[in-house]
Design a protein around this ligand. Structure first.
Ligand SMILES: C[S@@+](CC[C@H](N)C(=O)[O-])C[C@H]1O[C@@H](n2cnc3c(N)ncnc32)[C@H](O)[C@@H]1O
Length: 270
């Protein structure tokens, strides 16, 4: 069981829901066919947070295909995701190469949350063409854009952020070196090239002192990644982590983590 990932997804679900762009969800709803069941695939669904967010906001009935490589996360999804008017098929799939078109066949909406910064630029290009082949709309949310800010400020914030952003480009076995903070720009280019109209909106996490557990996990993750990139700065990074965690413990830490949502749809031909 990928317990740490499951715990992380549980912690972030409410922050993701608060951050997401309502407007882009509505843009995508308007792009969907008016009649018949809506067919949707959620890529790298994890425990299904994106299904739980979108299903009450899309027209019913809906037919979902929720895919992820983790059988344990998919089991958790089954246990906690029920939505009236929605049939949800859950499938264990490795999205590493994205060469298999079958998960896209017949879909009217392709969606993913917290995925695109993990994948490579060629993967994004393949994604756009899979969507185009089906004429599907696309909604990609909570993609990290590299722009985070922390309060109270610390002299080492910029150094850790820069190292973490470099780490974000490491290969996650999703088609090569990850697009990381460049993912939303690259996605916009790929979908525009495939003939889509594209809209973007910020979907930053704004974490107040009450989100202490999530803040601790973020700070630990940033420090660990930064140390992997620059082991020679390990002690400076550890000191930074200590100071940031002390702000969290004292309930005075505010973190803003930059994300973007992106919607893509094909112009109607009448
Ligand atoms: C940051 S989580 C996001 C999960 C979910 N979309 C959410 O918003 O809560 C990234 C997800 O990508 C999945 N993943 C990573 N590599 C994958 C691969 N090669 N094939 C399929 N899923 C993968 C992980 O199992 C994890 O569930």
């Amino acid at each position: 069981m990928d317990e740490q990932l499951s715990r992380w997804l549980g912690l972030r679900e409410a922050a993701d829901a608060r951050a997401r762009s309502d407007r882009l969800t509505r843009v995508i709803v308007d792009s969907l066919p008016a009649a018949g069941p809506i067919h949707v695939v959620d890529l790298a669904t994890g425990t299904g947070a994106n299904v739980r967010y979108l299903s009450p906001r899309l027209p019913s009935p809906q037919r979902w295909l929720a895919v992820d490589r983790s059988a344990d996360l998919l089991d958790e999804l089954r246990g906690k995701t029920t939505a009236p008017g929605c049939a949800i098929e859950v499938r264990q799939v490795d999205l590493g190469s994205l060469t298999d078109h079958s998960i896209f066949a017949g879909q009217q909406l392709v969606t993913a949350s917290a995925l695109l910064d993990l994948v490579s630029k060629p993967w994004l290009q393949a994604l756009a063409w899979h969507c185009r082949e089906e004429g599907a709309s696309a909604l990609f949310t909570i993609t990290y854009n590299g722009r985070s800010s922390y309060d109270p400020p610390d002299l080492e914030d910029a150094m850790v952020r820069e190292l973490f952003n470099r780490h974000q480009h490491r290969d996650k076995r999703l088609g090569g070196p990850a697009a990381g903070p460049d993912a939303v720009d690259a996605t916009e280019r790929c979908f525009t090239k495939a003939g889509y109209r594209v809209a973007r909106e910020p979907s930053d996490w704004v974490l107040e002192p009450e989100s202490a557990d999530m803040q601790r996990m973020l700070i630990d993750g940033w420090a660990e990644a930064a140390t992997e990139v620059a082991p020679d700065r390990a002690s400076r990074i550890a000191d930074w982590r200590g100071r940031r965690l002390a702000h969290v413990d004292a309930r005075r830490s505010h973190l803003t983590v930059g994300h973007d949502d992106l919607a893509a749809w094909l112009p109607r031909t009448i």
